[in-house]
Design a protein around this ligand. Structure first.
Ligand code: SF4
Length: 368
């Protein structure tokens, strides 16, 4: 079983972001601890959770969890460990913004048991970082990785965004080289999407920004595959590549439909057929927790067909693929002929060209 904790606080809102966040100059760490522990406590008697085995992974995502007071973070993880068995080799990840990484914070994070760090680098181009409204510079990303390495931490992942508007003149190949020069063990690559109600959406509507043609975003994605493969990284999921032994155990649990509990505003939980999700807004979440009310906003029971479709979609995201029979002989043959998939030992998995079309391929199956 796996645990996700959503820490919604950010120093400012990035121009493309539509996550559930709360912009705060000073992070209300104490209030967050109280609210999350209330929710954690409430789960301890939940039928889905009572008999759950030890925690295999814990993931602090956001938002910007690195803005949480590190001592409060230690208190939170300490309480979790005292209430629940946590596997000795559990992967414990902290998403961090590069400007939050200092030697003293890293020491406290390590003391709290964090052993994997995911840094939101996004780009090494000053113009791109400014356009994205990031709070850090390229130098701060390099420094953050240096601080982590100097503290003896090898398991460092970097996030990068591709498919930025051409007007920014960001050079994707240069960004990949900069990232590789820092020797991350893992890279997550996300294509820019224009989400409603974000600054980027407003700029696009007003004609002040133009997303790149789809073909160029696809070229950047494919170029990254080639470059990373030549440096010993394996693209094990549509957006993720890792050195041997450094795949994200937590994310693999999601793609394998393993049970997980999500704490914090907007967090989702999934146990077998049942899925539930929390209220999205921090203030509402905190208010409910303080009043001793449930923080869950909704839940659903998936049918066998919905689970099969989800398994198909999640399986095709990964390099393991899915049983060929679940795709069917017609689509499987077509995907192979087009170069979108390869079949081996009764399984079919998508190629990078196939991953570019993942949603359309799955949708084509559901229309059959
Ligand atoms: S730091 Fe992450 S969560 Fe916060 S605004 Fe930027 S993209 Fe969104």
């Amino acid at each position: 079983v796996h645990l996700y904790i959503h820490v919604p606080f950010c120093a400012r809102k990035c121009s493309y972001c539509d996550f559930a966040i709360a912009v705060r100059r000073i992070t209300p760490s104490g209030r967050f601890l109280d609210a999350v522990l209330w929710e954690w406590q409430a789960w301890q008697t939940h039928p889905a959770w009572v008999d759950s085995p030890e925690l295999e992974t814990i993931y602090l995502g956001g938002g910007t969890p690195s803005r949480l007071d590190p001592e409060i973070l230690g208190e939170l993880l300490g309480r979790i460990r005292s209430d629940r068995p946590v596997a000795a080799a559990a992967e414990v990840t902290l998403e961090a913004n590069p400007d939050d990484v200092t030697p003293s914070r890293v020491a406290l994070w390590m003391e709290a048991g964090i052993n994997r760090y995911s840094l939101g680098a996004q780009s090494f181009s000053p113009a791109a970082l400014e356009w994205m409204h990031r709070t850090h510079s390229a130098d701060q990303t390099a420094r953050a990785v240096g601080v982590l390495h100097a503290s003896g931490i090898r398991n460092v992942s970097l996030d990068l965004i591709y498919g930025l508007p051409e007007s920014i003149q960001r050079n994707w190949a240069d960004d990949l080289e900069e990232a590789l020069s820092l020797s991350p063990t893992h890279l997550s690559l996300y294509g820019l999407t224009v989400e409603p109600r974000t600054p980027v959406a407003r700029w696009v509507t007003r004609g002040e920004s133009t997303p790149p043609p789809e073909r160029r975003a696809a070229e950047e994605y494919l170029a990254a595959h080639e470059r990373l493969a030549s440096s010993g990284y394996h693209h094990y999921e549509v957006s993720n590549a890792a050195r041997p032994g450094f795949r994200s155990a937590h994310n693999q649990a999601y793609w394998g439909r393993h049970p997980y509990l999500g704490l914090g505003p907007s967090a989702h939980s999934s146990f077998g057929q049942t899925r539930s999700w929390n209220v999205r807004e921090w203030e509402e979440y905190q208010k409910r927790a303080a009043a001793g009310e449930r923080t869950v906003a909704g839940s659903e029971m998936l049918s066998a067909d919905e689970i099969a479709l989800e398994e198909l979609y999640l399986g095709l995201r990964t390099c393991q693929g899915v049983p060929e029979a679940s795709v069917g002989p017609g689509p499987a043959a077509r995907w192979r002929d087009e170069g979108w998939a390869v079949a081996e030992s009764g399984r079919i998995r998508l190629t990078p060209e196939g991953w570019l079309r993942l949603d359309a391929l799955v949708a084509s199956l559901t229309r059959c």
